[in-house]
Design a protein around this ligand. Structure first.
Ligand code: CP
Length: 352
């Protein structure tokens, strides 16, 4: 593969890259991680380059891993709060002297910097499913520099890269790895779907034995499910859906239980814009909580993953989150969080 084929490309979703290209990104991430541990810093790779980061939503990991990553590679990450600039908006959603059309923002920023990264989901697009992804696509259409998805309402491709990098580190590869993405209970219904959708897309793309577990009513995007089924066939893995929390744990190597929203939260045509109804669905499934007893039913070398932040005591018990060393199954949540940094440095080095 020509690595120069990465240059200038956007990264909005998993399917923007082939499996071979994703494997290259993982190799570069491993190399950058290893080199930094050995005191080789690569602080000339993005010297004098600027990444503009536009956050419509809050963040701990994404902001700090992109920002630290740019610093480590010799460049600079510039934080833009949409409430403090003229909020970038699509045509038809503009408010005079409060918003600025996305095409104008994209054209101005691409005269000054080297990539634009955006996070947008949920409230900023009034829970119109796909509205945030459309905003990112418009940035990508207009900007002559790479546009990176720091989580929209469909995809969280950089979280997913860190997830599979962690699986690769722990299991040495993907063949035969039983990967379970599961819903888990949270008292907050305002949870995006992007993390589980990206996780199952990558797991299927890597040919893992993928199980998606969720209660009835928590279905993910049918187009994502169809893509997972296609990847599983293409890469000789498997993909199944269960409505049993316990079945998802049984003998699995990777357990990734977290809350995501139910369809009624979204606006029509896919939802009903009804948080109360969504809450009623959620509250039927308080028992979907990860405990050490459930982890004991998984493979003895299983890992527990969570993209964080986790709702401790609701999605998962402390003794699972905090078992990061010792015998048997382990929590890999901090390795997973650290891998955001290495995976993003790899992508930024390749596309910028
Ligand atoms: N996992 C993740 O994206 O974390 P933040 O919301 O803190 O960025």
């Amino acid at each position: 593969m020509q690595t120069k084929s990465f240059r200038g490309r956007d990264f909005l979703r998993e399917t923007d890259f082939t499996r071979e290209e994703i494997e290259t990104i993982l190799s570069v991430a491993e190399e950058l991680k290893r080199d930094r541990a050995m005191g080789k810093y690569h602080d000339d790779l993005l010297r004098s380059k600027t990444l503009f980061m536009i956050f419509y939503n809050q963040s701990l990991r994404t902001r700090n891993s992109f920002e630290a990553g740019m610093t480590q590679l010799g460049g600079h990450a510039h934080y833009l709060d949409p409430g403090k600039i003229y909020t970038p908006a699509l045509e038809g959603k503009e408010v005079a002297y409060s918003t600025e059309r996305v095409s104008d923002v994209a054209h101005v920023l691409d005269r000054m910097g080297d990539a634009i990264a955006i996070r947008c989901y949920g409230d900023p697009v009034d829970w119109e499913y796909g509205g945030a992804h459309a905003l990112l696509q418009e940035f990508a259409r207009c900007a002559d520099i790479p546009v990176l998805n720091m989580e929209d309402d469909i995809y969280h491709p950089f979280q997913g890269l860190a997830d599979i990098l962690t699986v690769k580190e722990k299991f040495g590869g993907f063949k035969g790895v039983k990967f379970t993405m599961s819903w888990a209970y949270s008292p907050s219904v305002h949870k995006p779907r992007a993390v589980p959708q990206s996780a199952i897309l990558y797991a299927a793309m890597m040919g893992m034995e993928v199980t998606l577990a969720h209660p009835k009513g928590m279905e993910l995007d049918p187009a994502i499910i169809a893509q997972c089924e296609a990847y599983s066939k293409m890469y000789d893995g498997s993909f199944k859906i269960t409505n049993s929390f316990e079945e998802g744990f049984k003998d699995a190597h990777v357990l990734y239980p977290k809350a995501w929203c139910a369809t009624p939260i979204f606006q029509a045509p896919i939802g009903e814009n009804d948080p109360k109804k969504t809450q009623e669905i959620f509250d039927q499934y308080k028992s979907w909580k990860t405990t050490s007893e459930l982890m004991d039913t998984a493979n003895k070398n299983a890992i527990y993953l969570h993209c964080l932040p986790a709702d401790r005591g609701w999605e998962v018990n402390n003794d699972v989150m905090d078992k990061t060393s010792g015998d048997g199954w382990l929590s890999a949540i901090y390795d997973q969080a650290e891998n955001r940094l290495h995976a993003q440095k790899a992508v930024m080095s390749l596309v910028m």
